[in-house]
Design a protein around this ligand. Structure first.
Ligand code: ATP
Length: 374
């Protein structure tokens, strides 16, 4: 078992900075997810922890030990990748056993360890098969069992579910969560899928262009995104973001007028709110009034979208809500559920008090790291 620490870790290739001076402390047994769009530096950060890539600068510690100069096999980590990397000529049993042989672990212990790992991922009945006779989901579970069998200090998982179909992803995700609960091994998990991040993580690192945008629990990053990038990346649908002007405690933009803010913030701001935090209401008594842009039936709800200025703004209505594109609609929004961001930097604006509720949206309680935006 081990903690992992990154201190000012940077990866450059010539003038290009792939990972930009990141700092992070991952606690022993924590499930940490690296989340961000393609090319943001998630895999590179993980590969540096694995020892497959050398940092250009900075220190990486596993437990109390600086591991920069250690070979991957000396770091006591096991990796699971998107392409399972199974040996086609070996049976499931021998594939799972392979790391034990390579590490010259006492052969007497092999059989019990292989069977236990296989049972944990429900492969006990397939031990004699070769990988070619398995489904994608079963192959992924062999790869997981092969990582588990070693009982490493750290698991590194790079998009391990991305080759699976949607249904299998959901069930394997639940299995991963259960496995982590059972094994209690420090885990870093790389994904660009925000639902995977929210459901699996103890904490999430949101990355963009090699920079950590926010580090926090799923609830923290959902409820208090540090900037418009995080707000727009997390949630389905993502947070509504509307550029406008704040003056005298009133936010305005085309089709939008929301009063009731304290007057401590003025000028150009980006206002954010989530689709589930507002509601459809009578047009003349609402804060957003516009023609409907689209109506989508979701089964348990109906998503109603309008255009406000240049932004598309979605609100969840009841499952029986029906209206036509072009019909006038009103959305009611309370100022205290709104998030405000600096329009230029995208950073969250703190301490905007709602005149009505007197609440603040301070973020002192959150472990922000490197929260600047490029
Ligand atoms: P994805 O989700 O697509 O795998 P990622 O967030 O994991 O993306 P990385 O693979 O870490 O991204 O890559 C980060 C950036 O570094 C990308 O812009 C990539 O093109 C660049 N990069 C990666 N390896 C090299 C290399 N060997 N030489 C130059 N640039 C590289």
């Amino acid at each position: 078992m081990a903690s992992i620490t990154l201190k000012g870790v940077t990866k450059r290739w010539g003038a290009f900075v792939g990972v930009d001076s990141v700092n992070l402390e991952i606690a022993d047994k924590e499930f940490m997810v690296f989340l961000g769009p393609s090319g943001c530096g998630k895999t590179t950060t993980m590969r540096m922890i694995a020892g497959l890539e050398d940092p250009s600068s900075g220190e990486i510690l596993i437990g109390d030990r600086v591991v920069n100069d250690l070979e991957p096999r000396e770091r006591d980590i096991a990796m699971v990748f998107q392409n399972y990397g199974l040996y086609p000529n070996l049976t499931v049993y021998e594939n799972i056993r392979f790391p034990l042989k390579v590490r010259k672990i006492d052969p007497k212990s092999h059989d019990a360890r292989v069977r236990r790992a296989a049972d944990m991922v429900e492969l006990g009945h397939l031990l004699d098969r070769r990988p070619s006779a398995l489904s994608g989901g079963q192959r992924q579970r062999v790869a997981l069992a092969r990582a588990i069998v070693r009982q490493p200090a750290v698991f590194l998982m790079d998009e391990p579910l991305s080759n699976l179909d949607a249904k299998l992803r959901v069930s394997t995700r639940a299995q991963l969560k259960n496995l982590h609960h059972e094994l209690q091994v420090t885990t870093i998990y790389v994904t660009h899928d925000q639902i995977e991040a929210m459901t699996l993580a103890d904490r999430v690192v949101v990355m963009k262009s090699g920079v950590f945008q926010q580090v926090g629990t799923p609830t923290e990053i959902y409820d208090r995104p540090a900037n418009t990038f995080v707000a727009g990346f997390i949630g389905s649908p993502a947070m509504n973001l509307i550029d406008g002007t704040m003056s005298g405690g009133v936010f305005t933009c085309e089709h939008v007028r929301i009063g009731g803010f304290a007057d401590d913030i003025s000028g150009s701001v980006t206002l954010g709110f989530r689709a589930e935090d507002a509601r459809v209401s009578p047009v003349d008594a609402s804060q957003i009034q516009a023609p409907i842009y689209s109506v989508e039936l979701l089964g348990d709800a109906t998503m109603v979208t309008v255009r406000a200025g240049v932004a598309l703004v979605a609100v969840r209505a009841g499952k029986d809500y029906r209206a036509q594109i072009g019909d006038p609609v009103g959305f009611a929004i309370r100022p205290e559920i709104c998030h405000l961001f600096d329009k230029q930097t995208g950073l969250r604006l703190e301490n905007h008090k709602s005149a009505k509720s007197g609440t603040t949206s301070g973020t002192q309680d959150i472990n922000w790291e490197n929260r600047h935006v490029r």
